[in-house]
Design a protein around this ligand. Structure first.
Ligand code: ADP
Length: 402
């Protein structure tokens, strides 16, 4: 069964085409600069990689361009087979969505309603859903929420110590994000260790441009570092993560306007803000190696914040079977993993230098043994979305038959 996975941003769409249930990847790519005269598609399949300018004035045109490209590809035995279902990444599902769902009008209305909590993400996600429904009216459309895995977080971990009516009236609480990735790597970690997926206690570190860390008890998320929005928690590429909220009052007092503060915390902070150099960890590691003190400080801050969260989540969980690294940085940045884990011996975390240095791009165990298993697990958010989509589409088809 051919399944398309779409991840729609405001000016870009990432896509992957799978044959399920085997998760065979037929093609993948991305459209950039939607709405701009310089819109382009980068497409990759077994015939190779092409980059080409296209006309993509809006998401409808962009999705049509993707489908045209996918249909023009040969795809071997799957040539000509229809796309049976489309899985959409949706950032904010609020409290309502605790798992992936088949999209109907009520689901669309709910995603629209949640847009007030994720104004940058839910509207383009929805635009992609509408475009896919238009272009593939017979396909089952499925929404997979970044927040869903965190639906099991208990009130003690999701409630902010603010007046309670802000939660009741405006939904101010911790929701958490990157859920598809945290769930995927927690399941893989359980499989790696030969445990049932609901038997593992682990701490999962998704470290990329956006970073978050999750405490998983018995296979379920019980706490996570991102909050009402993806701004809270770890130091990120351009986001500040945890800060004293009074800093914002202080800056407002010093003439900073609302939009400037928003921009400052989301786009100008994190390792970029501290280093004054880059949001990219590769650039920072290289610069630090050449003696750039601010790059060094930015990396130290990044690692120190993660270390503190690992300590906090170890306390929250009591027993930790595994510490899992994923995301572009977690999967590839050997010195960063080493720096995060240094000094965590009292918590049972001991990394083997050689194993750490050898763990690149594949599932690996990098601890010295006898304590917490430290694992590197490449994430596969698109594959996980395809798996959910396949399951829901198959169940729906079976229900129609009976
Ligand atoms: P996103 O959150 O955008 O999905 P990714 O998970 O792709 O981000 O992670 C991007 C980050 O991973 C960048 O900061 C990049 O520098 C970092 N990264 C990728 N490879 C390496 C590497 N070999 N060493 C250090 N950092 C790396």
């Amino acid at each position: 069964m051919k399944i398309l996975v779409l991840n729609c941003g405001s000016s870009s769409i990432k896509y992957q085409l799978f044959v399920m249930p085997g998760r065979t990847l037929l093609a993948k790519g991305m459209i950039e600069r939607i709405g701009d005269a310089k819109a382009a598609i980068i497409h990759q399949d077994d015939a190779g990689k092409v980059q080409q300018g296209i006309s993509a004035g809006d998401h409808d045109e962009a999705v049509a361009a993707i489908l045209q490209r996918l249909m023009a590809s040969s795809h071997g035995a799957e040539a000509g087979a229809p796309i049976v279902a489309v899985g959409h990444r949706v950032v904010h599902g609020g409290e309502e969505f605790t798992g992936s769902v088949i999209i109907n009008n009520a689901v669309i209305a709910s995603i629209d309603h949640r847009a007030r909590l994720a104004p940058l993400h839910n509207p383009p996600n929805l635009a992609g859903i509408r475009s896919a429904m238009l272009a593939l009216p017979k396909a089952t459309q499925v929404a997979c929420f970044d927040t869903a895995f965190h639906a099991t977080i208990p009130p003690v971990a999701y409630t902010y110590a603010l007046p309670y009516e802000l939660y009741e009236k405006l939904g101010v609480r911790r929701y958490g994000f990157h859920g598809t990735s945290h769930r995927y790597v927690a399941r893989r970690a359980a499989a790696f260790l030969g445990l049932d997926k609901y038997a593992i206690n682990c701490i999962t570190c998704h470290l990329g441009n956006g970073s978050s860390i999750t405490a998983v008890r018995n296979g379920r998320s019980v706490d996570t570092s991102m909050g009402l929005t993806p701004l809270e928690g770890l130091v990120m590429g351009t986001r500040c993560g945890d800060i004293d909220p009074a800093i914002l009052f202080y800056l407002a007092d010093n003439g900073y306007a609302f939009d400037q503060l928003n921009d400052l915390c989301n786009k100008k902070s994190g390792v970029l803000g501290v280093s004054g150099l880059s949001n990219d960890m590769r650039t920072l590691v290289e610069a630090a190696g050449k003696g750039n003190e601010r790059a060094k400080l930015a990396i130290e801050l990044f690692c120190y914040r993660i270390k503190k969260y690992i300590g906090a989540y170890s306390a929250a969980l009591g027993r930790v079977d595994a510490l899992v690294f994923t995301g572009g940085i977690g999967e590839n940045a050997i010195p960063v993993r080493e720096q995060i884990c240094a000094g965590l011996e009292n918590l049972g975390v001991r990394v083997d230098r050689q194993k750490n240095a050898a763990a690149l791009g594949k599932e690996s165990r990098i601890d010295a043994g006898g304590g917490v298993a430290v694992l590197v697990i490449p994430t596969d958010e698109e594959g996980a979305i395809a798996a959910d989509t396949y399951q829901l589409a198959t169940e729906a088809a079976a229900a129609i038959k009976h």
